[in-house]
Ligand binder design. Sequence first.
Ligand SMILES: [Zn+2]
Ligand SMILES: [Zn+2]
Length: 326
Amino acid sequence: MENHNSILAENGNGAVSEQGRSALIFLGTGCSSALPNTMCLLQPSDPPCQVCFPALSIPPNLNPNYRCNTSLLIDHCEGDGKHSYILIDVGKTFREQILRWFTFHKIPRVDSIILTHEHADAVLGLDDIRAVQPYSATNDIDPTPIFLSQFAMESISTKFPYLVQKKLKEGQEVRRVAQLDWKIIEEDCDKPFVASGLKFVPLPVMHGEDYVCLGFLFGEKCRVAYISDVSRIPPTTEYVISKSGAGQLDLLILDTLYKDGCHNTHFCFPQTLEAVKRLCPKQALLIGMTHEFDHHKDNEFLAEWSKREGIPVQLSHDGLRIPIDL
Ligand SMILES: [Zn+2]
Ligand SMILES: [Zn+2]
């Protein structure tokens, strides 16, 4: 990156001097089926898929094309030096993400959870939240606040009735399950909420024309927008996060599914880059990629694009940690 004051240029390795600073940690940057795509390993083409096949020989921590379900961890450091850990989405690959990135980045717990929507790649790891909670055989612990829309709440009540149920029925044995404090949020840019001391503005976006997914805007010193699943940004949301509207974002984290063409429920590369130009953030990082994206190759292309357009954009990768003042 040419701009040495940029967030991307400051990306460090968690040095001691950054102990008192907030950070964003990309726990997952892939699509719903995650990468490597299993079919590329089970029935390899000739020649084999250059993005997925190397996963058989390169360890995941050295392979930026190894992508779990999209998820972001906000390490929020408040003025008193106290850290709180806010998790956005808990997908199918959550346990692997704990094993790899919670340990590597020394994340001791989760203080609050925010859900973008109720699709499998955003919620199917909720059972494993107990793995980041203190042990109690009788479930006698403080529940973790979890923020979600009414629509997501209804879906999760069906998917995980035992995580929602408040009291045991007569004769029902106690079993250890994740303890969650469900908090309904509005799908409305004008209805912010606070999680672990940090204010979040919901950013309703279309994820297919029949479905609303939430992105989130957070941070006061640096304004960050996170939009993981989007096919269209409605004008009210676009206003809140665009330079020509409520003000320029410091960082936009945005969905991109396939390299070419378009898709009915996600942005693909052309729409993603178009949206970046329109919103004009100081920088952007892309998430949600399928195996059509090859990390190093496509970041070379993006480096050229960034020079031309004046907005630094890169593909993110699992485990990426960005120190930031929120
Ligand atoms: Zn592949
Ligand atoms: Zn989805």
